[in-house]
Design a protein around this ligand. Structure first.
Ligand code: HDE
Length: 717
């Protein structure tokens, strides 16, 4: 390809040529990036129906895509069949190595817009003016499972965003939990080996409930804080759209005068935070292993664009020094009550990928992708990440030129003297591939030059806290308190959330086969909260072991309401799906009214019936969106039943229908019903409470979960 544009700033793809959200830079109908030669739909020679000619990879038209070339009617296939060979050769190499962590992910394009300018804090161009915007690509992931694993295991979720700014790509590669398991990058391979499937037996897939993970974390008390978060409802999000995101590490903001502040980044979901309950998560895994991926794709497809606000906690070195923890320690968070989160922008995901592999699989996030105005800190975990990601992309994507893949390429000009390598697609002109050069003096293209005013300069920070000249393999004393923050987290939860955490520990530890590992977890937890340790010991029917010796005795940090999901819950229907069960004879007008109420409130009604193809109702025929056995109530945020007494009676003999209501009730969901449905409610053991309402009460009641019901339906630890 003769890509004359590739190195010329004036014709490069730039932010300004692409309206926010327009995302990719390819001309329509091309498979390359930029060259007209790659058009697959030519002007001439198309089929009558407009379809393009099928060709091989070198443009040779194919006459027969059904049969390989054989010697005679029933003879062997011939080696000369270049069409067959190319097709199978390409297919054989379709897979690339999956990510060692975060292999299972879902991505989408969108736009980021600055809603509060902060030039006093950063010179980053995107934050200079309200309304400044840039395209983004976001990828959400589980950590532990392989690329084909389910969406709803108990796990941390990745929350990675690539901002294509006019001063280069900025990748904020975070998680849905604000802290991390380890303090130093050197422990990462151990952590990951311990949590992935066990090396000899190859299971469990996508689960932390096994010996090696709990063995490792029980020996690494620094992991306890993140373990507490993972055991809480944060570990089983309802939707990728309904989780918070965190940059985790402390970064720096640097302004035009060269002054720096520390910063922690936060993403707050406009849809509200919401999680599943464990029993639901287990059942969702079976009912729809793509639950989160589908939910993200469909909400964008329907125009119900997920959005997050970007927030920052900003503080300086003097404040940092006064805290009872070290802000460079990634196992610690800064309570929002201490440093409030200021909202400075909004991300809206408004376009699904065109091709999962090309975009979601090939997207390469690099914490080293940073822009002038933002800088790193000495967090030893972050420092390790700055090495790791570049390496991993080379091994995953096979070439140093992975930055040329459209989803990874910046949308501002990029010019340098990096050359050649495998899969080079740029065609730089001229002979200037070194610098300095004086070729311009002879009238030749001399290539790009550095710029000290606008280029990235590293903030000349002192080595925070440590003496600069010493080389040490140590953990600073300021990283030694492993228990105060897990205690803060646990004590900030509602009763019901605390019970979920205790039950999650009981579940996970019940899967641990090594008794000494169980005991060691409990001995660590006694430093966090005695009542929690006791609840878990009771749940496992084992005696409480001795308390582990703390490297540093914990202190009481009080409460932080922002750490609880339930204290921030939104009960409205926007962005939620409500399953409506109907059957033969159901009242069509009632169903239509219900659908209207839900749609008006921003929700999505989903019709469920014993048969999908259309069944007689009063008055008409109604098609369901999903068949009863394939659409269990775990897939919905709330449910409604519109049934005649006869149909309800008949459904009492259908276990899928009874289970539908039993689960909705046990998962503390709102159940709206008509009088006719009573027989089915009775069979499912649904008892009247604030969340069991008549159909016409739904609009007013909303669909919050009814946690006060939980102790009546489930024995929690
Ligand atoms: Fe990652 N991490 N990580 N990580 N991480 C990867 O890079 C690594 C850490 C995170 O959607 C890998 O491209 C090390 C913290 C996300 O493509 C790899 C350490 C946080 C994603 C890697 C960490 C993250 C990754 C695997 C300890 C939250 C998925 C594939 C020093 C702040 C990005 C890849 C996507 C992916 C290394 C710790 C988030 C191997 C060495 C802490 C969201 O490079």
């Amino acid at each position: 390809m003769t890509d004359e544009k590739s190195l010329s700033p004036s014709t490069q793809n730039s932010l300004h040529d692409h309206p926010p959200g327009s995302g990719d830079t390819q001309p329509e109908n091309t498979i390359g990036h930029g060259g007209e030669l790659h058009q697959i739909v030519g002007k001439d020679g198309n089929h009558a129906d407009g379809a393009a000619h099928l060709t091989d990879n070198f443009g040779h038209r194919i006459a027969d895509n059904e049969n390989s070339l054989k010697a005679g009617q029933r003879g062997p296939t011939l080696l000369e069949d270049f069409i067959l060979r190319e097709k199978i050769f390409h297919f054989d190499h379709e897979r690339i190595p999956e990510r060692i962590v975060h292999a299972r992910g879902s991505g989408a394009h969108g736009v980021f817009e600055c809603t509060k300018a902060i030039p006093e804090l950063t010179k980053a161009s995107i934050f200079q003016k309200v309304g400044n915007s840039c395209p983004v690509f976001a990828r959400f992931s589980t950590v532990t499972g392989g690329a084909g694993s389910v969406d709803t295991p108990r796990d941390v979720r990745g929350f990675a965003v690539k901002f294509y700014t006019d001063t280069g790509n900025w990748d904020l590669v975070g998680n849905n939990i604000p802290v991390f398991f380890i303090q130093d990058a050197i422990k990462f391979p151990d952590l990951v080996h311990s949590v992935k499937m066990e090396a000899d037996r190859g299971y469990p897939q996508a689960a932390s409930a096994h010996d090696t993970f709990w063995d490792f974390v029980s020996l690494m008390p620094e992991s306890l804080h993140t373990v507490m978060w993972a055991m809480s409802d944060r570990g089983i999000p309802r939707s990728l759209r309904m989780m918070e995101g965190f940059g985790v590490h402390t970064f720096r903001l640097v302004n035009a005068a060269g002054e720096a502040h520390f910063v922690k980044f936060h993403w707050k979901p406009v849809q509200g935070i919401q999680s599943l309950v464990w029993d639901e998560a287990v059942k969702v895994s079976g009912a729809d292993s793509d639950y989160h991926r589908r939910d993200l794709f469909e909400s964008i497809d329907h125009g119900d664009f997920p959005a997050w606000e970007l927030g920052v906690q900003v503080f300086d070195e003097a404040w940092a020094k006064k805290q009872p923890y070290d802000v460079l320690d990634a196992t610690k968070l800064i309570p929002e009550e201490e440093i409030p989160v200021q909202i400075i922008g909004r991300m809206t995901l408004n376009r699904n990928v065109d091709n999962f592999f090309a975009e979601t699989e090939q997207v390469a996030f690099l914490p080293t992708n940073i822009i002038p105005g933002i800088d790193f800190s000495n967090d030893p975990l972050l420092q390790g990440r700055l090495f790791s990601y570049l390496d991993t992309q080379k091994s995953r994507l096979g070439t140093t030129n992975f930055h040329q893949i459209p989803v990874n390429a910046p949308k501002c000009p990029f010019n340098n003297f990096q050359r050649d390598g495998m899969m080079q697609t740029l065609v730089p002109r001229g002979r200037a591939n070194y610098e300095p050069n004086s070729l311009a003096e002879a009238g030749e293209e001399g290539g790009p030059r550095e710029c000290s005013e606008t280029g990235f300069t590293t903030f000349p920070a002192n080595n925070e806290r440590n003496a600069p000249e010493e080389k040490l393999r140590i953990r600073p004393d300021s990283f030694a308190d492993h228990y105060s923050q897990p205690r803060l987290f646990y004590r900030s939860q509602t009763d019901n959330e605390q019970a979920h955490i205790a039950s999650a520990f009981v579940f996970e530890l019940s899967k641990v086969q090594l008794p000494h590992v169980r005991k060691r977890v409990l001995s660590q937890l006694r430093n966090v909260d005695e009542t929690l340790a006791k609840r878990i010991a009771d749940g496992l029917a084992i005696t409480l072991p001795e308390k582990a010796k703390a490297a540093k005795e914990p202190v009481d940090l009080g409460h932080s309401d922002k750490l609880s999901i339930q204290k921030q819950a939104k009960g409205d229907m926007a962005g939620r799906t409500i399953g409506i069960l109907f059957a033969q004879g159901s009242d069509l007008t009632g169903i239509e009214q219900l659908k209207n109420v839900i749609t008006k409130a921003g929700g999505t009604p989903y019709l469920v019936a014993p048969k999908v193809g259309g069944i007689p109702v009063a008055h008409g025929v109604l098609k369901a969106d999903g068949q009863l056995a394939g659409s269990p109530s775990v897939l919905f945020d709330a449910v409604a039943t519109v049934l005649t007494p006869d149909a309800a009676e008949q459904l009492t003999h259908e276990s899928a229908a009874v289970q539908w209501l039993m689960d909705a009730y046990a998962h503390c969901k709102t159940i709206a019903h008509c009088k006719g449905s009573q027989a089915l409610l009775d069979k499912a053991g649904v008892k009247k409470d604030k969340g069991v309402i008549m159909l016409d009460e739904l609009a007013k009641a909303g669909i919050a979960r009814h946690w006060q019901r939980e102790p009546t339906v489930r024995e929690l630890a």
